[in-house]
Write a protein that binds this ligand. Structure first.
Ligand code: HEM
Length: 524
């Protein structure tokens, strides 16, 4: 099993999915919030009464709730992928979610971090609170224990199952009420709850919604229940089949105290849901350590992204990529340009700089505010080298001790335009001519590149990372203080796999000097 080895890189990836919201396809499936993206088809299908945002939230619930605070095992670990044939996991939601997320999976982004991101984005994108997004979850390699409450489950067993996952009775009522504000119950999955009459035009799966605002994360379902208005709390309250009135049993279990408290105000409901959902996605195995949250209101509203380093045979180097600026609430309007100042290899700020100009093509409004990007190329001589850049008074560190040189490398063919459809399934032979610059006075005869390739795994639609393909890079020359190494290797990959492929490069006996270079997806 490949364990992501750099939380900083994981954060960078998740930031891109999360913060470059307006232009990044992670949000495409849940925009608008009514959308249903069938990941096996080429286009959204909105005639089914199904909803991706709701499926993502339910997926996290079914994954996490079988975790145990007593054993320290399970929780949000993507084990749900191995468990979809269980009766307690009825419906297409889980494989729909995992299949969509698998387009974003790679050596630094685990499926379980993507499940968490699914919750965070679905809630924030659809009118709910911003839930802190930490990274570092590790995927299970097999099914975990069972124990997801079903509509038929008696109240004591239900409360025990949540309690094992760390949620007391009041938390359980709150978490379920927060979960049951988006989406609904489908006839095709739960005929014991929903009558056949629910199936109709634009509702082929026969959904009965939890409330009137099926695509808004709001207090409506709680208010409906408490005041007996509208949908009255939804089908798990109102169904005539008493055995499956699980929401009703739950809400009554403390004489409606918790559910009545939740209805006191929209702000109170949102605040409670934020805290409970955070706890849900942070219920992880006890040996998993999560990062600080990705939060652009503190340090990440100005950050470099998609950065790469180049050198030519004359010793001219250049750092390229873009700066991302998010105009979070209260922040200054985005500047037209940014000055990117080189910090040399010796740690000293230089007079070398480049200008990043706001790109009109890459702007838009994400959930934190307008996101702008400033592409730049910063040239400098190999003798100066770099250890970082300074932008608007902030320092961002880089290294030039070992890097893949895109200008001397060749990765072909270029995969088709990224999309989250099966058009990426075509398999081709990808030829990889990897050239690496290594700053050393004692050059080894070769370096080893390890390819981290997402591959199918038995029993789940969630991929795993295969590290068995390697290449040996041989010395081909020197430029200034750098020794240049190169290798050609061939890999049979689907375009989807090519997008998820990254490589690490290491000198013999040393930690990787290049981590997570994405040959086919450098800018994403
Ligand atoms: C006693 C606990 C619970 C029971 C018995 C239960 C049961 C159900 C059932 C039967 C459905 C219908 C699924 C379908 O037809 O596709 C459903 C939907 C849903 N549940 Fe729960 N649930 C519980 C708790 C939770 C919790 C804690 C969450 C999240 C925090 C949650 C989130 C959802 C969501 C978002 C949907 C809508 C899915 C969709 O529209 O595709 N549920 N639940």
């Amino acid at each position: 099993q490949y364990v992501p080895n750099s939380q900083a890189l994981t954060i960078k990836e998740i930031e891109h999915y999360y913060l470059d919201a307006a232009t990044h396809s992670f949000f495409s499936a849940i925009t608008p919030c009514t959308n249903y993206q069938d990941p096996t088809a080429a286009a959204p299908n909105n005639g089914l009464g199904m909803q991706t945002a709701a499926e993502w939230i339910r997926t996290a619930f079914h994954d996490f709730v079988t975790g145990s605070i007593y054993t320290g095992l399970g929780g949000l670990d993507a084990s749900i992928g191995f468990e979809t044939t269980r009766a307690e996991n009825v419906g297409p939601a889980f494989n729909d979610a995992l299949l969509f997320f698998s387009f974003f999976y790679n050596a630094q982004v685990s499926m379980s971090d993507l499940i968490a991101l699914g919750v965070v984005t679905a809630v924030a994108n659809c009118g709910g609170p911003k839930i802190p997004m930490k990274v570092g979850r590790v995927d299970a390699t097999a099914a975990g224990p069972s124990g997801v409450p079903e509509p038929e489950t008696d109240i004591q067993t239900t409360l025990n199952e949540f309690s094992t996952a760390g949620f007391n009775d009041g938390d359980t009522i709150g978490l379920t009420a927060c979960g049951h504000t988006m989406g609904g119950v489908h006839r095709n999955s739960f005929p014991q709850v929903v009558p056949a009459s629910a199936i109709g035009p634009n509702n082929a799966d026969g959904r009965v919604p939890f409330d009137e605002t099926v695509a808004v994360f709001d207090v409506a379902t709680v208010n409906d229940y408490v005041h007996s208005t509208g949908d009255k709390g939804g089908p798990l309250v109102t169904t005539t089949n008493k055995t499956v009135q699980s929401d009703l049993r739950l809400y009554l279990s403390d004489n409606n105290q918790t559910i009545t408290e939740l209805s006191q105000s929209s702000a109170y409901f949102q605040g409670q849901c934020q805290g409970l959902f955070q706890r849900m996605i942070e219920t992880v195995p006890s040996n998993v350590f999560l990062s600080a949250p990705v939060d652009p209101t503190t340090t990440t509203n100005l950050k470099p992204a998609a950065i790469y380093l180049n050198i030519d045979w004359k010793g001219n180097m250049a750092l390229s990529g873009f700066m991302r600026y998010i105009q979070v609430a209260g922040a200054a309007a985005p500047p037209g340009t940014l000055k990117i100042i080189l910090i040399g290899r010796n740690g000293k700020t230089t007079t070398t700089s480049a200008t990043g100009t706001m790109s009109a093509a890459d702007t838009g409004t994400g959930i934190w505010g307008p996101t702008r990007s400033y592409p730049f190329t910063l040239p400098f001589p190999a003798t100066t080298g770099l250890s970082g850049i300074s932008v608007s008074g902030q320092t961002f560190t880089f290294q030039d001790s070992m890097f893949v040189v895109p200008g001397m490398s060749n990765f072909s063919p270029t995969p088709p335009t990224f999309s989250t459809t099966s058009s990426l399934n075509t398999v081709s032979t990808y030829t990889v001519n990897t050239t690496v610059a290594y700053l050393t006075t004692a050059p080894p005869t070769s370096l080893t590149a390890t390819f981290n390739i997402p591959v199918p795994q038995t029993g789940t639609v969630s991929p795993r990372i295969d590290t068995s393909q390697t290449a040996t890079l041989k010395k081909i020359g020197t430029v200034g203080p750098f020794v240049i190494y190169s290798a050609i290797s061939s890999h049979s990959l689907s375009a989807k796999q090519a997008y998820g492929t990254s490589m690490d490069v290491a000198a013999p006996g040393q930690a990787a000097g290049v981590l997570f270079f994405k040959p086919f997806n450098p800018a994403a």
